[in-house]
Design a protein around this ligand. Structure first.
Ligand code: EPZ
Length: 429
C-alpha cells in the first residue's frame, strides 16, 4: 500500500533561514472564538495544517462560513445554526474541546463527545466541565454524548486545580459572553492564552491579566469581528533550532517572539549552542559534540514546555554525557523513544523519567511517528544520524507543521517526501 514517507539522509550540517509559521495552538482556539463574533473576522499568519482544516470543517458544519486562502482565514459566524459537534470531528484533534466555551457563550448549549488528539496518556475533560458548571452550565451524558446547557451563563470566581491551557481558553471564551465578571485564578500563562485574549479584546471584550495567574473578564453580550495576526509558533521555532543543534550548522529564524521561548533557549545554550537574539530573529550556531544537560523538567509556562521535550531528547541522544528528562505534564509522552532506540540511542525510561546516555553517533532506521512532536523529534534525530532514515505516519506531523520537509530542504537537509510502496519503488508525488 502506498503511503507518504520522509527519506532523510543525515550527517549534513544545516545552514539557512526559516520564517516561522503561525502558532497551531493559538489559531485553533481563536478560530473557535470567532463563533462569539457578529460580522466578519479575518485572521492572518494562519499555518496550513490539517488541524486548521479540521477546525474550519467544524465551523462550516455549525453553519458558520469559514474560508481559508493561503495563510488567511475569513470567517463569519452569523449563519450559526447548530451547537452539536459530530463525533468524527471531535475525534480529529484535542482542540475540538475548545469549541465548547464559545458555543455556550453564543447558544447557551453544546453537544459533543470526547476529543481526540495525540495519545499522551489519559486526557480527560473533567476540569473543563467543573469550571463551566461554576458559570451555570449543567452537564448530562448519554450514549457517549455530553450535553452542556446554560439557561443563564454567568460570571464566576474560579480557581483551577491545575493551570490547564484548554480549560483556561474555554473559560475565557465562555466568560467573554457571560453576564457579569469572571475571575480565573491559577490560569494557564502560555503565550497562546495571551494571544487568544488579544483577539477577544480586539472583538470588544475586556480581559485583564492574560498571561498572568489571575485573569479577569467582563462579559459582553455580543462581540464584533476583528482582523488579527496570529502569534508565531514557538514550538515550531524550537523544532528548527533543535534540528540545527543536532545536525550542526547555523540556523536563523525570522518572525519569532524570543521571549516566549526563553526556557528552551537557555537549555540550548547550556548544551553548547551559540545563540543570538535580535528583535524577532534568533540565530543558532552549533558545531562539535554538544554537552549533556543535567536535568530538563517540563512544567506549565513559563517553565520548560512539554511540547519541546521530545525535540530536546532527540538532540541529547548524541550529547557528551548523561541527561535526565522529567515529564510532569502528561502521563505517557515517551512513545517516540522506542523509535529512537531503533536508531541506536541509549535511553532508559522509568515512569515519567527518561535517562539519556549520549552516543557518538546514531544510525538511520525505519521509524514511525507516534504523535506530532514525537514525529518531529525523529526527524531531528535523523538529520543528525549517519545513513538513511525512513519516517512514516506523516499525518501526525502534518497536523502541526507547515511545509515540514521543504523547510528541512531549505536548510540544506537531505529530506525528501514521497509516496513509496512498501517495496520502496519510488513513486514520487
Ligand atoms: C495544550 O493541550 C496543547 N494543545 C498541547 O500541545 C500542550 O502540550 C498542552 O496544552 C500543555 O502545554 C493545544 O493547545 C491544542 P492541558 P491541553 O489542558 O489544553 C490534564 C501539541 O503537541 N487535564 O494544559 O490538552 C491533561 O490530561 C499539543 O501541540 C485534566 O486532567 O493541555 C494533562 O495531563 C500536545 N483534565 C494536563 O492536564 C482536564 O479537564 C495539562 O493539560 C484538562 C486537562
Amino acid at each position: 500500500m502506498a503511503e507518504d514517507i520522509l527519506r532523510i539522509t543525515g550527517g549534513v550540517p544545516l545552514h539557512g533561514e526559516v520564517t516561522v509559521q503561525g502558532a497551531k495552538n493559538s489559531v485553533l482556539p481563536i478560530m473557535a472564538a470567532g463563533i462569539l463574533c457578529g460580522g466578519e473576522t479575518v485572521l492572518h499568519r494562519v499555518p496550513q495544517l490539517s488541524d486548521v482544516y479540521a477546525a474550519s470543517r467544524i465551523l462550516n458544519r455549525l453553519g458558520c462560513s469559514c474560508r481559508i486562502s493561503g495563510n488567511t482565514v475569513v470567517l463569519n459566524a452569523s449563519g450559526l445554526h447548530s451547537f452539536e459537534i459530530p463525533d468524527a470531528d471531535m475525534r480529529k484533534m484535542r482542540s475540538s474541546i475548545v469549541f465548547l466555551g464559545p458555543l455556550l457563550g453564543r447558544c447557551g448549549e453544546c453537544v459533543l463527545t470526547m476529543p481526540g488528539g495525540c495519545e499522551l496518556g489519559p486526557r480527560p475533560i473533567d476540569m473543563h466541565l467543573d469550571a463551566l458548571r461554576q458559570m451555570g452550565v449543567t452537564v448530562t451524558e448519554q450514549d457517549g454524548k455530553i450535553r452542556c446547557k446554560a439557561n443563564r451563563l454567568h460570571g464566576a470566581k474560579i480557581t483551577l486545580s491545575y493551570p490547564s491551557v484548554g480549560v483556561t481558553e474555554n473559560v475565557l471564551m465562555a466568560a467573554a459572553a457571560a453576564e457579569g465578571e469572571t475571575v480565573l485564578r491559577n490560569a494557564a500563562r502560555e503565550p497562546e492564552i495571551t494571544d487568544l485574549a488579544g483577539f477577544l479584546n480586539a472583538c470588544g471584550t475586556e480581559i485583564r491579566g492574560a498571561g498572568e495567574s489571575t485573569v479577569t473578564v467582563s462579559g459582553k453580550c455580543m462581540l464584533h469581528g476583528a482582523e488579527y495576526r496570529i502569534m508565531p509558533d514557538r514550538i515550531a521555532a524550537v523544532t528548527w533550532l533543535c534540528a540545527g543543534a543536532a545536525a550542526g550548522g547555523t540556523v536563523v529564524l525570522r518572525e519569532t517572539q524570543p521571549a516566549d521561548m526563553e526556557s528552551c533557549l537557555e537549555v540550548l545554550t547550556a548544551a553548547g549552542c551559540r545563540l543570538g537574539v535580535c528583535g524577532d530573529r534568533i540565530f543558532l550556531e552549533s558545531s562539535g559534540r554538544l554537552r549533556r544537560v543535567r536535568q530538563i523538567r517540563t512544567m506549565p509556562y513559563p517553565g520548560f514546555p512539554t511540547d519541546a521535550q521530545p525535540l530536546f531528547c532527540a538532540v541529547l541522544c548524541r550529547a557528551n554525557g548523561t541527561s535526565v528528562i522529567e515529564e510532569t505534564v502528561f502521563e505517557s509522552r515517551y512513545k517516540y523513544i522506542g523509535e529512537l532506540l531503533r536508531m541506536g540511542a541509549d535511553i532508559r525510561v522509568s515512569g515519567r523519567t527518561a535517562v539519556i546516555t549520549g552516543r557518538e553517533m546514531l544510525h538511520g532506521a525505519d521509524v514511525t511517528a507516534p504523535d506530532l512532536r514525537g514525529g518531529a523529534a525523529l526527524a531531528v534525530a535523523a538529520v543528525s544520524a549517519e545513513g538513511e532514515t525512513v519516517l512514516r505516519a506523516l499525518p501526525h506531523i502534518d497536523r502541526g507543521y507547515e511545509h515540514f520537509a521543504e523547510i528541512f530542504h531549505s536548510l540544506g537537509g537531505n529530506v525528501n517526501r514521497g509516496s513509496f510502496t512498501r517495496n520502496d519503488t519510488k513513486n514520487s508525488v
